[in-house]
Write a protein that binds this ligand. Sequence first.
Ligand SMILES: Cc1cc2nc3c(=O)[nH]c(=O)nc-3n(C[C@H](O)[C@H](O)[C@H](O)COP(=O)(O)O)c2cc1C
Length: 435
Amino acid sequence: MGTSPFRLGWFGNLTAPEWRDGWSTDDATGWTDGRFYVQMVQAMERAGFDFMMLEDSVMVPDIYAGTAELELKHAIYAPKLDPVPVVAMLAYATAHIGIVSTASTTFYPPYLLARAFSTLDHVTRGRVGWNVVTSSEDRAAQNFGMDTIGAHDRRYDVAAEFLEVVRKLWDSWAPDAVTADAATGYYADHTKVAPIHHTGEFFSVRGPLNTPRSPQGRPVICQAGSSPKGRDFAAAHADMLLCIPNGLDGMKAYRDDIRRRAEGVGRDPDEIKVFFVVEPVIGRTDDHAREKFEEYLSHGQRNYEFQMCNFAATMEIDFSVLDPDLPIPDDVTTNGHQGQFAIWKETFGGRPIREAAAQMRIGSIELVGSPSTVADLMEEAMARVGGDGFMFLSQPPSRSYLADITEGLCPELARRGLIRSGFRHATFRENLRSF
Ligand SMILES: Cc1cc2nc3c(=O)[nH]c(=O)nc-3n(C[C@H](O)[C@H](O)[C@H](O)COP(=O)(O)O)c2cc1C
């Protein structure tokens, strides 16, 4: 027998779809009504995806050169839609696929987050996931009455208590609290709906939740931090993990490390599914795919601006003042995405910024070729790493890129039995764990 099947996810940005390539439609401005994303998620469900993840941040970044000019020129992190309400729309238009929304433990009050995701779990009939982020940008903090985002490790301490509170809230309704019994005249049994009386270092919440227990009990918990603190957090709480370690060895080491940490806190490591970010370039033939990749690389300056604004926003480093033809100087540090920064330093640290940035774009492994070539590479990667799946990223999102994946690559993966051919269970978590 060949490799066991693996899972697919999509990193979704609710930002402007491709608008620069001459093939664009009125999606370029019409995307804000959400229908573009509905059509995307429907195509993913049909193609055998496990989930669509919706990223988020709550700011207009202006770290690069101290202005939002290039951010808005390229429409990178802004403008965007709030993913939380969009989940309901995507779920209503699909039947099985999981939908993961990002929400920040630094800005949401736990009660509102517990209620919003319990509501989403109800209206999706058990298909919602929560990408737990601590956020990492001072600019975002300044939209919520804070001057700075707070120290990296402390944000994870807050997040750990936040998780404790929302779990208690989700459990504040016993599974059999709602009886809706006309004979007794009771809709819900008050002895099965209990306050949580949480008083901790960061939060004080009485409870109970005013939403009944949802189909999954709690959303699928997703996490994407890769610093040591982030990995411990994921090992303790996550059902799934998003990461971009470099190369097959990096991927294997990352997954093994997470599984070890999970065992260390008494969890079954198979409960945590690890997804590796990739950006495949698919062509009719290998040569065609190479041409497409070269075409992308030919937009050197545009790509450079895009990448550097992206890295500036997530690492909170103003790359505009650094020489692109030299490595990142040793005295530069980040209070932002430390895992990403560490990968850069470890893997590409000695290389000029321009070159390192181009390599970082590719994701964990480079996948360029025909559907059959890329399927081979994915199959080999999973056999070497041990699992659990890939998450595709395309910035900006585009219909033509999506079609390359869903109509080109996925049918080839399906023919080989490498991705799911259907959904056996009703809920996202059950489906995620079903193989
Ligand atoms: C694939 C991926 C997706 C992410 N999506 C988001 C997001 O939508 N919003 C956000 O604030 N952070 C996002 N992050 C950042 C992580 O949540 C985390 O803050 C970051 O990786 C830094 O954590 P670390 O310092 O523990 O590595 C993402 C990270 C990765 C790798």
